[in-house]
Design a binder for this molecule. Structure first.
Ligand SMILES: *Cc1c(COP(=O)(O)O)cnc(C)c1O
Length: 379
């Protein structure tokens, strides 16, 4: 059976006429960077997220870097962030001369652990970057409360959770990425809202921040050749914007398909011992960027299961095998093995199975059949 970890081509075929027409239209207009298509997509995404400002940029990593620059950070400032994340979150902190302070995650949601977050605040702490890993929101209610009490900013790394939601105690519902001072996302092709190339965006409700961020993305200028601050060059191609405008209309449907696929997985795997299927907090709408299991016996068993699946041609992946605090490039921050035991344990337990909007029930049955066999064989 031909199963893909991510199937961007099948998804394209389903909306091909619409996408092709929008690209052709754009080619004729001749405005390939910025312009009406980018403006239109920013407005549409803002309306979808119910956020006042959307600033498109070149990729999700840039979005995070520009967001930090927008908060006016200075070298030596401490940023609280999970170690259990894609390296981009950490990289931008380091590139700006800031100090990443690694916080444990909750082993159920993979979001920042609130107790550890509080414990790691120092007089140098300036901000928090929670990551909504795999498409499940971090505990934003508690994170925002801690931020408010301690005068910290919050930049949400929403690269894996676009379309996700959080419901607060008073019943109000918010899209992930719109709760902190700034939200960042990526349109990398395999993301839930993926372009056909690179792309990213920054969201904020704050007029002043929005203006500053737009300026930073454009070499620090509001008026051409008048550079008020040191900026970067980070912009979304107009072709990608036109594609994203088409795909945004389908995002809820894509996320619903992912959610349906997760239910099939849960059903097929419900009697398997030694695993934990994804947890969903009752206040969270999970958008399943990944369907990530935990194999609770740990690394040796997880790796053995993985290698059997690899041999059988069942796509699977470990996001992420090495925690950020133990990556060679970041050892200078002084962390060592044992500093974040939960994070270190999780990197040995997680295994992601295929997840995309085109996955069928029979494919999921087939994947689970082989997964269950691999679990049994490795006993
Ligand atoms: C994909 C991703 C990014 C970076 O996005 P790019 O567009 O690849 O630069 C950042 N953080 C997380 C959690 C991601 O998954």
């Amino acid at each position: 059976m031909d199963i893909k970890l991510v199937d961007t081509v099948a998804q394209y075929h389903e909306i091909k006429a619409e996408v092709d027409a929008s690209i052709m239209d754009l080619l004729e207009k001749g405005q390939y960077i910025g312009g009406a298509a980018v403006k239109q997509f920013e407005a549409e995404l803002g309306a979808y997220l119910n956020v006042k400002h959307v600033i498109a940029c070149a990729n999700g990593t840039d979005a995070l870097q520009v967001a930090l620059m927008g908060m006016g950070v200075e070298p030596g400032d401490e940023i609280l962030t999970p170690s259990f994340t894609y390296i981009a979150t950490i990289e931008v902190i380091a590139l700006l001369g800031l100090k990443p302070v690694f916080v444990e995650v909750c082993p159920e949601t993979f979001g920042l652990d609130i107790h550890d977050l509080k414990a790691k605040i120092t007089p140098k702490t300036k901000g928090i970057i929670p990551v909504h890993l795999y498409g499940h929101s971090a505990d934003m209610y508690s994170i925002l409360k801690i931020a408010r009490e301690n005068g910290l900013f919050v930049i949400e790394d929403n690269a894996q959770a676009i379309g996700g939601e959080v419901t607060f105690l008073d019943g109000s519902v918010y899209k992930t990425g719109t709760l902190g001072d700034i939200g960042c996302t990526s349109f990398y092709p395999s993301k839930n809202l993926g372009a056909y190339g690179d792309g990213g965006a920054i969201f904020t409700q704050d007029d002043f921040l929005a203006e500053k961020i737009r300026m930073i993305c454009n070499h620090g200028q509001k008026v051409r050749y008048h550079h008020e601050s040191i900026g970067v060059n980070s912009r979304l191609d107009a072709i990608q914007a036109a594609i994203l405008s088409v795909k945004l209309k389908h995002l809820d449907r894509y996320n619903a398909s992912r959610s349906q696929a997760s239910l099939y997985y849960n059903q097929c795997l419900k009697d398997v011992e030694g695993i934990k299927t994804p947890f969903v907090a009752p206040t969270v709408k999970h958008v399943y960027h990944q369907y990530t299991l935990r194999i609770t016996k740990g690394r040796a068993k997880r790796d053995a299961v993985k290698s059997i699946l690899d041999k059988k041609g069942i796509p699977n992946m470990i996001y992420y095998p090495i925690p950020s605090h133990l990556q060679t490039a970041y050892l200078a921050y002084g962390y060592k093995e044992g500093d974040l035991p939960i994070t270190e344990r999780l990197t040995g337990e997680v295994l992601s199975l295929p997840m995309h909007s085109e996955l069928t029930y029979s494919q999921i049955e087939y994947i689970c059949h082989h997964f269950i066999e691999a679990m049994r064989e490795t006993n």
